[in-house]
Design a protein around this ligand. Structure first.
Ligand code: PHE
Length: 344
């Protein structure tokens, strides 16, 4: 058979070669492009062709070789596309998923939420107010005498002095004044929030911290109600065995006033280095609302009485989770925060 005929034959064979599966594609590759392909033999036969025709035939064989490469690339992409449906990568649904990095609530918010929940259960709602306060709500309405040391620059961050005196609130009792001014008794509310005091930052003091203050005003509210409420809170927060004790104290806005201790959460009152071998830990201040405070908020002190209390969330958190250094709360060290992942 002449070379020309052979070229034609291979060319038509190539054109008619059906490629629809990956196997056929491979067969095509072996036959026309592989190391033992049929076009190679044509180059051998080129030797037998007369010299003046060598160039022409050489070009024909080259063209045939190229045709094969082009067809291979075309059918290859067609086969690939057609098989995308059936030969899809298999997804193993039983494989364990990669763990998602979820954040955790800040310990102060965990404890704040818990305090709110405990008081919600006995009918206290939540009230909030501004962190920048005027003198009236932070001091005057709360019966602070004009020269009271708490008004001093050393304790309070003033924003504006003089007639329009504004300061960062030093306690959330200011919120309670607002509630008393804007609603009628019975009032049962707690005010959680951030407060500010001009103190040097150390393990035991910070220039800002968080409080929850409580207020209950109605007819015939007595000191016994206050004690009972605090006893309930202490047991809910620190466990059923917890006892409380009240020590006389002084606040301008309550009379009588008391400071409240709980039996040590670590040694249960036996004495250890956390309670400094006293068996007790101080947690809050409280008292009966001074009649002058009720009257300043337009609540008739001849008809109504009430109690108030205030605690630091940092302190409660310290006792509950044994956090030794106040600064940890605001440093955002992820190693510290991650320890509260399971808390809600
Ligand atoms: N406001 C007080 C404080 O910041 C706490 C307190 C509230 C005490 C209510 C008695 C009654 O220290």
């Amino acid at each position: 058979m002449g070379l020309e005929k052979k070229i034609e034959e291979i060319s038509s064979e190539m054109n008619n070669f059906q490629v629809t599966t990956p196997e056929e594609l491979e067969a095509f590759r072996i036959k026309f492009l592989g190391s033992k392909n049929c076009i190679k033999g044509l180059y051998q036969e080129l030797k037998t062709v007369p010299n003046e025709l060598k160039k022409e035939f050489g070009q024909k064989i080259n063209a045939l070789k190229q045709e094969g490469e082009v067809k291979f690339e075309t059918v290859k992409s067609q086969v690939g596309a057609a098989n995308n449906g059936s030969n899809k990568e298999i997804i193993d649904l039983s494989r364990p998923a990669e763990e998602m990095a979820v954040g955790s609530r800040h310990p102060l918010m965990v404890v704040r939420n818990e305090i709110i929940e405990i008081f919600n259960r006995i009918g206290f709602n939540v009230s909030e107010g501004p962190e920048i306060e005027d003198d009236w709500h932070n001091f005057s309405a709360l019966n602070f005498p004009p020269e009271h040391p708490a008004r001093d620059m050393q304790d309070t961050f003033f924003i504006e002095k003089g007639e329009n005196e504004m300061a960062l609130r030093t306690h959330t009792s200011s919120v309670q004044v607002r509630v008393m001014e804007n609603s009628k008794p019975p009032i049962r509310t707690i005010s959680p929030g951030r407060v500010y005091r001009n103190e040097a930052i150390s393990a035991r003091a910070h220039c800002f911290f968080h409080q929850v203050e409580g207020l209950y005003i109605d007819k015939n509210v007595s000191f016994a109600d206050l004690k009972q409420t605090l006893q309930y809170f202490a047991k809910e927060m620190f466990g059923d065995k917890t006892r409380i004790r009240l020590r006389p104290s002084y606040f301008p806005f309550t009379e009588p006033s008391a400071e409240v201790d709980v039996s040590c959460t670590l040694c249960n009152g036996d004495g250890c280095n956390v309670c400094k071998y006293t068996g007790w830990l101080e947690i809050l201040g409280c008292g009966m609302v001074d009649p002058a405070v009720l009257d300043a908020a337009n609540i008739d002190s001849n008809i109504y009485s009430g109690f108030a209390f205030g605690m630091g969330i940092e302190r409660i958190t310290q006792l509950k989770y044994r956090v030794g250094d106040l600064r940890l709360y605001s440093e955002n060290d992820i190693r510290f925060l991650n320890q509260f992942k399971s808390a809600y």
